[in-house]
Design a protein around this ligand. Sequence first.
Ligand SMILES: [Zn+2]
Length: 260
Amino acid sequence: MPSLRPLPALSDNYIWLLADDTARTALVVDPGEAGPVLDALAAENLALTAILLTHHHSDHIGGTFELTRHFPDAVVYAPHDDRISNAAARRVGDGDVVTIASPAARFHVMEVHGHTRSHIAYHGEGLLFCGDTLFSLGCGRLFEGTPADMLASLDRLAALPGNTQVCCGHEYTLSNASFAQTVEPDNRALVARAEAARALRARHAPTLPAVLEDELAANPFLRVDAISDDRVPWPNGAAPSRSRVDRFAALRLAKDHFRA
Ligand SMILES: [Zn+2]
């Protein structure tokens, strides 16, 4: 069974490393920089065999070139998007299966547009690598997609098995918890998650991976159907149509302007 760890990178990114500690091989997801990956591989005497990319933002791909210079045999998997310029990359899209020989792993590729127009996620081995789509107690900003795009993406992720370990691209749990508690102050699952996250961050430990069923109980962006109308932060106080998408859009807009 491969072992999983988040490597802190840049200001608040995580690069996910999945290793076969017997074969001494590893894959990484979204290497925004090479240094933390090279350090971890050297410290544990691991060879890099694959790099999985979720979307084109530089804090998720910036270390790819340097890593392939050190490990020329590492296979790069990337979404169909010219903004990731890598002639050798294997382009993958919705429904594709990525099979890695070592560490032995199979991932199903899911298109999850919203944060960007070509964002993908990788699901398999009980893990979800979802980049900047689903965060612990939050979701990504809508840079290139509509609220309807992002809600459809989150609905797909929410339907995965409840015990899925959610491996997000950033350590945002505490700030997300502050916003979530303005929406659902009486949600006991959320209160417990916020307390656990505070304790972990106090000793600089990652709050990730999250467990999907815990997210379903506490993440407001997965709870648009559960949050009562009077708790939705409608812009201008107006609730014109109150569709699911409108409810999601109101939450996302309020989060954009929220300061803890
Ligand atoms: Zn991003």
